[in-house]
Structures are given as structure tokens and as C-alpha cells.
Design a protein around this ligand. Structure first.
Ligand code: HEM
Length: 410
């Protein structure tokens, strides 16, 4: 193997990126590869565990390049780009301090571990309802029929979106997830842009309604928060709610999808999990490590710096490849083995540093409810297709579809 320009969208890499990550770790750990930003001619890919941690904690690698180099923004944003760019500037994950600090502290005050703990029975109820509905048919497409409705319903209920409106959110969720990917075309952008406008109009109404009649939900809590005597603006509220509503859905869907795929490909481990359900907590972390639904995240060099012996110039794009760090032999013994009892397991799938995933505990609780339900209710789950088609996507790794079958009980 000799990698001259790593391209995460290469079909061989999409099918199995791990041998290539290993080569990069050994031979070119800070590698200049295919661009993620159409305005540049390349992107740095950071693959070693220690470098990934250092990069995620490095304040000179940030998001707000548009503040330092406004000329890098397309001079005239097209009509379809405008709403997406405007809304994404309110997403904490795309901001640097001090804006990031303010937006994150708003959410942290209402999105608490206790709140998530209280939701566990509701997650189990949703899993049971979905599985009861499909049990008689003997087959389903795991992602759309099972894995997506769970996180979408939970986050919508937490925020206080009325049940009768929740069906609107699945297509919006998918349209927005497509927009944040590496390679977009006009049709994807137009669909995303429509979703943003519809969603903003919808949330405007809900916020006004909660201002008139506060309820016991996250939107009401966010509206009344004050930071140094200042309440969040409507733009900030809509951006933050949108990120919560949509940021976590696709990663959870593909945690369940990639996780089940890994288990079905390792029947002995699956059997261990069935017979020793106490393994579930370490198992969820191991499934997150083994084939993370979030493989990489991006930054820009906000100033010139030396990193891993390479000179990164201001404005260079950086891909921090957590999926590679998760398989680094310098950090994990036998990194390519799936070991559901692995402990400690300091995987990088939820990031580290100031942007560490705010929904990590929620995602793990959802995955736990999902796998418990699947293992108990559908004990002989099997894949319909031995080979899978992987999504042509960089940020969120997962298969296009995961049809599964099981034997009907007499
Ligand atoms: C398996 C599921 C999930 C994975 C693998 C995941 C992964 C990540 C990662 C890697 C980051 C850091 C990104 C960076 O440093 O650039 C992040 C941030 C974030 N995640 Fe998650 N996530 C998951 C689920 C969720 C859920 C369920 C929610 C909320 C409902 C959520 C909300 C967020 C938010 C708001 C941020 C931004 C935090 C900040 O910028 O300070 N995530 N996530």
C-alpha cells in the first residue's frame, strides 16, 4: 500500500477504512489528502490517537475561519446556501469561544444527566412499541423502521414538540444530515435549504407559544435562561434547538446500525452479550470504538502552526480522524478485535475538549435500550445481505440500509 492522496470518499475506503488508517498512522500520520472544502486544494488528515487528542484540544485549530479570512466565503452566497449558512452560524459545534462558550453553557444548564436518566423508561417503551409492531412480519429495514424513530421521538419529546408534529421531523432530519456531508450538489443543498426554512418557521411558532404558555420542556427552559442578564436571541434559540433536534439523530441511527452489523459478524461475541447482559455498558463503548458512526471532524488552522512535524498554514483545513484513533495500537491492545468487555476504553467517538459531545450520555442510553430490546425480542436476527453498501459520506459512517430477518414464533 502507498497512499499519496487519501480520499475518504474512495469506495474501498468507505467499505473498510481501517487498513488505510493504519498505513497512514505508520507512514504519514499528518497527511495531505483530498480536499473537504471546495475552496482549497487539499486537507490534512490526522490519524494517530495522541495527535487526535492534541488536535481536538488545540485552540489554534478552530471553526471560525470566516471571521479571519472572510474572502474564503463564496462572495455571493446562492439563495439556497444562505439559510443554511445563517443557521449553522448558531450551531455551537461550528463556533469558537467566546460564542461557543455562551451557546454551550445555555444547553448544559438544561440538558442534564438526571433528565436523561429519567427518560430511560420512555426509551424502553418506544423500543417495545416499535418491536411489537414489526414482530409479526419477520423482517424490517433496521435503520428506517427501528433505529431512526427512537432518537427522533426522544429528542422531540424532550424539547416539547407536540406528538402530532413529530412526523415532520424525519424528512427534515435526513435533509439536514445530507447537507453537512463532504460532497454536496445543488439538489441536496436545495432540499436542505427548504428544510431549514420550514423548520425555522415551525420553531418560530413553537417559541412564541412557549413564551405565552411555558411547559415542562427544554424549549421553555431555554427561553427563560439568562446569561449575564441577557436572554438568548430567537436566532440563537432556533440554531441551538435545531442542533439538538438533528445533530444526534444520524450518529445514533448508525451507532445502532454499525453496532448490530459488527455483532452479527461476530456471532460468539453476540452470544456472550445475550447470555451476559451485564456486558451491555462496556459493549456499547466497544461498538462505538470499533466502527464509529462519527469518523472525523473538521477544523481550520486559525494561524500558522507546526503539528506533527508539518507546517499548517492559516486557512488550511484539518480532518481529525477519530475513527483512526479508535484503532491505534499505541492506545488499544488488539485494536482490530471486537472485545465487548474492553475496559478501559477511552475511544474518541464522542470527541474530547471544549466540543465534547453534549448528547453522549443520551446516545448511550438510547443504544442500550435499542440493543436490549433487539436481543430480547428478536433472538435470531440475521442479515438479509451478506455485503453492505456504505453511504457515500464522510462525517457520519453507516450503511445505506440494513435489512434484517428473524424467525416468527409459533
Ligand atoms: C452515537 C451518537 C453520537 C456521536 C458518535 C456523537 C459524536 C459527537 C462528536 C465527535 C462531537 C464533537 C465534534 C467536534 O469536536 O467537532 C459531538 C458534538 C456534539 N454533539 Fe454529539 N454525537 C452523538 C450523539 C449526539 C446526541 C444524541 C446529541 C443531542 C441530542 C448530540 C449533540 C451534540 C452537540 C450539541 C455537539 C456540539 C458540542 C459543542 O460544540 O460543544 N450528539 N458529537
Amino acid at each position: 500500500m502507498n497512499i499519496t492522496a487519501f480520499n475518504p470518499l474512495d469506495p474501498t475506503i468507505l467499505a473498510d477504512p481501517y487498513p488505510t488508517y493504519r498505513w497512514l498512522q505508520l507512514h504519514d500520520p499528518v497527511h495531505w489528502g483530498a480536499p473537504g472544502d471546495p475552496n482549497t486544494d487539499g486537507c490534512w488528515y490526522i490519524t494517530r490517537y495522541a495527535d487526535v487528542v492534541a488536535a481536538l484540544k488545540e485552540p489554534r485549530l478552530g471553526r471560525e475561519l470566516w471571521r479571519l479570512l472572510p474572502e474564503r466565503e463564496p462572495p455571493t452566497l446562492s439563495a439556497v446556501q444562505k439559510p443554511i449558512v445563517a443557521m449553522s452560524k448558531q450551531w455551537m459545534v461550528l463556533r469558537d469561544p467566546p460564542a461557543h462558550t455562551r451557546l454551550r453553557s445555555l444547553v448544559q444548564r438544561v440538558f442534564t444527566p438526571r433528565m436523561i436518566e429519567q427518560l430511560t423508561p420512555r426509551m424502553e417503551e418506544i423500543v417495545q412499541r416499535i418491536l411489537t409492531n414489526v414482530a409479526e412480519q419477520g423482517h424490517m429495514e433496521l435503520l428506517a423502521d427501528f433505529a431512526l424513530p427512537l432518537p427522533v421521538t426522544i429528542i422531540a419529546e424532550m424539547l416539547g414538540i407536540p406528538a402530532e408534529d413529530q412526523a415532520l421531523f424525519m424528512p427534515w432530519s435526513r435533509a439536514l444530515a445530507a447537507v453537512i456531508e463532504f460532497e454536496q450538489n445543488e439538489a441536496v443543498m436545495a432540499q436542505g435549504s427548504r428544510a431549514v426554512l420550514e423548520l425555522a418557521a415551525y420553531l418560530h411558532e413553537i417559541i412564541a407559544e412557549r413564551q405565552r404558555r411555558p411547559q415542562d420542556d427544554l424549549i421553555s427552559a431555554l427561553i427563560t435562561l439568562e446569561d449575564a442578564g441577557k436572554r438568548p436571541s430567537e436566532e440563537e434559540l432556533i440554531g441551538t434547538i435545531t442542533q439538538l433536534l438533528f445533530g444526534g439523530n444520524e450518529p445514533v441511527v448508525h451507532l445502532i446500525g454499525n453496532g448490530l452489523l459488527a455483532l452479527l459478524r461476530h456471532p460468539q461475541q453476540l452470544e456472550n452479550l445475550r447470555t451476559q447482559p451485564f456486558l451491555l455498558d462496556t459493549a456499547i463503548d466497544e461498538l462505538m470504538r470499533y466502527d464509529s458512526s462519527v469518523q472525523m471532524t473538521f477544523r481550520y488552522a486559525l494561524e500558522e502552526l507546526t503539528f506533527g512535524g508539518k507546517t499548517l498554514h492559516q486557512g488550511d483545513q484539518i480532518a481529525i480522524v477519530m475513527g483512526a484513533a479508535n484503532r491505534d495500537p499505541a492506545q488499544f491492545a488488539e485494536p482490530d478485535q471486537l472485545d465487548l468487555a474492553r475496559s478501559p476504553n477511552r475511544h474518541m467517538s464522542l470527541g474530547v475538549g471544549i466540543h465534547y459531545c453534549i448528547g453522549g450520555a443520551l446516545a448511550k442510553a438510547e443504544a442500550k435500550a435499542a440493543f436490549t430490546g433487539l436481543l430480547q425480542q428478536l433472538p435470531d436476527l440475521a442479515l438479509v445481505n451478506p455485503e453492505q453498501t456504505w453511504r457515500k459520506a464522510v462525517a457520519v459512517r453507516g450503511v445505506e440500509q440494513l435489512p434484517v430477518t428473524w424467525t416468527l414464533q409459533a
